[in-house]
Design a protein around this ligand. Sequence first.
Ligand SMILES: NC(=O)c1ccc[n+]([C@@H]2O[C@H](COP(=O)([O-])OP(=O)(O)OC[C@H]3O[C@@H](n4cnc5c(N)ncnc54)[C@H](O)[C@@H]3O)[C@@H](O)[C@H]2O)c1
Length: 351
Amino acid sequence: MFSIAVIGAGYWGPNLIRNFRSNPAWDLVAVCDLDEQRARKVVGSRSTVEVETSVERLLARDDIDAVAIATPARTHAPLALAAFEAGKHVLVEKPLADNAETAALMVSAADAAGKVLMIDHTFCYTSAVQRIRDVIAAGELGEVLYVDSTRINLGLVQPDVDVFWDLAPHDLSILDFILPGGLRPETVTASGADPLGAGKACVGYLTLPLGNGGIAHINVNWLSPTKIRQMVIGGSRRTLVWDDMNPAQRISIHDRGVDLRTQAADAARREAVTVSYRMGDVVVPALKETEALAGVATEFAAAIEAGRAPQTDGRSGLRVLSVLEAASASLASGGPVRTDGATVADRELVA
Ligand SMILES: NC(=O)c1ccc[n+]([C@@H]2O[C@H](COP(=O)([O-])OP(=O)(O)OC[C@H]3O[C@@H](n4cnc5c(N)ncnc54)[C@H](O)[C@@H]3O)[C@@H](O)[C@H]2O)c1
């Protein structure tokens, strides 16, 4: 069992607190928030969990192995760097930081301290996304040819971020998790619209080449009266459809698609290509209904125990952040932004 303190008891912190409290791998010893009353309310009056208002005092304690940071994004880097300095493992809420440059410092500091840096890409710990990753890794879909992701609903227009920064981190972290080799697009193209004059993009489209001639497309939108959470992953063998709004059939795998057979003798001529349609079975895998954050808490402990990187480590947070920054650059320039698919993982945009 490891001991942990949660920093930040606002909207999301209580979810982490509840999960670390109930997880047998963890002993939740303290909750820290600048607002003492807020922390007291979440901890409850009869609890043995301590309340702290000073991060400095908290990090000076040697009975705490790890901290979970659920404070606003701009505070993630300073808090995490101080935690590594104090020899703690760190779980940090998404996004890893408010910019990729400081996020890269967090990754280096974790490496230098020999501590685990995990990011809470919550969706990656749902049974649906874990299954999608397994299905792709087992080759059941064949090569991934396209991904089409839709995340639209009536959303709050956020004061500090546009619709890309608000919603696309979910799609990007999922892509990073399920695609073999992670999220390493060579270019990022974003187009957005602000039809209500809110001062930022409220409707957005993001296009990322997949490197094998394939393509991923992400549609995010705050103005849609219907809530859609759907991802279609088309493979050379099968196509997977994930509909997160349909609990009875979240995932379906379709043995249906298009086969192209090129007649070798005259491959260049259009009429030499034969198209045929496969109309095979549709399989609906049974999924366990589990709370994703329980999986986050378990994976954090398992990574510390084994001295290995967690499934969603600091580098995955950095890749997602790098693509978001490229998306902002693309919106500003009105065209595709070249990234180096290899080094985008290490943050550096080359154009
Ligand atoms: N994983 C998810 O799906 C998910 C969902 C919602 C929010 N989040 C993330 O969680 C983080 C927190 O978001 P929120 O909506 O809970 O914010 P919030 O503003 O509701 O709460 C933040 C809390 O942190 C406290 N705080 C700020 N600076 C602090 C410091 N230096 N030391 C101690 N306490 C401090 C504040 O007093 C406040 O209580 C953000 O990074 C957000 O993106 C993740």
